[in-house]
Design a protein around this ligand. Structure first.
Ligand code: PEP
Length: 241
């Protein structure tokens, strides 16, 4: 079965109730697309976004979850809570979580297990820094992140997002060649390479999306900044067929 493209928007720490009209504008581009269209708003907006998206093709996700389902963890959000609020996916191991909160790949793996147990599909982010790329270590770094971050066990479904850290929010994008090579490498490290989606993230914009989405091993995009702009995000969705 061909892998269905996934165009995912990561709103990061942006979005208030006043922004919910975005979903009304997104409904038609999502309905027209063959791709899955996903928005990961801040957790505070999930339930209201789920109400707003009822009856549309728009899917929702969280941006992180705790390893435990409940407990004394002030300020954290669990996977069952995200699911209860309307999420289908959860982004895990984003480079901003890895750097701002010192998240290790082992922690990301435990979070992925928690997400799967709650019925969420994890989107597991990996990617090298500029220093690592310039030192020729990109494949080793991503390989090590994959080995330690991926949940084990048959029947587990997850998405990998390759996000070179130096391309996130910088306006720099990896070249199509670099993306193709890294995605092909990532696929060799998967237990179910034919069915696991590997998406690209890092300054995806309407102007570069078509070239990236056309690559054989690229199954969609994780979009930060451009997912806050309905026209830009709709244009990116359109490149995914
Ligand atoms: C991201 O947040 O995962 C991301 C890729 O951001 P941007 O598109 O802004 O680079």
């Amino acid at each position: 079965m061909p892998r269905r493209m996934l165009i995912a928007g990561n709103w990061k720490m942006h979005g208030l109730r006043a922004d919910l009209g975005f979903f009304d504008s997104l409904a038609a581009p999502a309905a027209r697309s063959n791709a899955e269209v996903l928005i990961c708003p801040p957790a505070t907006l999930l339930a209201a976004a789920a109400e707003r998206c009822a009856g549309t093709d728009i899917l929702l996700g969280g941006q992180d979850c705790h390893t435990n389902a409940t407990g004394a963890h002030t300020g954290d959000v669990s996977a069952p809570m995200l699911k209860d609020a309307g999420a289908r996916y959860v982004i895990l191991g984003h480079s901003e979580r890895r750097s701002d909160h010192a998240e290790s790949s082992e922690l990301v793996c435990a979070k992925a297990d928690a997400a799967l147990a709650a019925g969420l599909t994890p989107i597991i982010c990996v990617g090298e820094t500029l220093e690592q790329r310039e030192a020729g270590e990109a494949f080793d770094v991503v390989g090590a992140q994959l080995s330690a971050s991926l949940p084990a066990g048959a029947g587990t479904e997850f998405v990998i997002a390759y996000e070179p850290v130096w391309a996130i929010g910088t306006g720099l994008t990896a070249s199509a060649d670099d993306v193709a090579r890294m995605h092909a490498f990532i696929r060799t490290r998967l237990s179910k390479p034919a069915s696991t989606r590997v998406i690209y993230g890092g300054s995806v914009k309407p102007g570069n999306a078509a070239e990236l989405m056309a690559l054989d091993d690229v199954d969609g995009a994780l979009v930060g900044g451009a997912s806050l702009d309905i026209d830009a995000f709709a244009a990116i969705i359109a490149t995914a067929g």
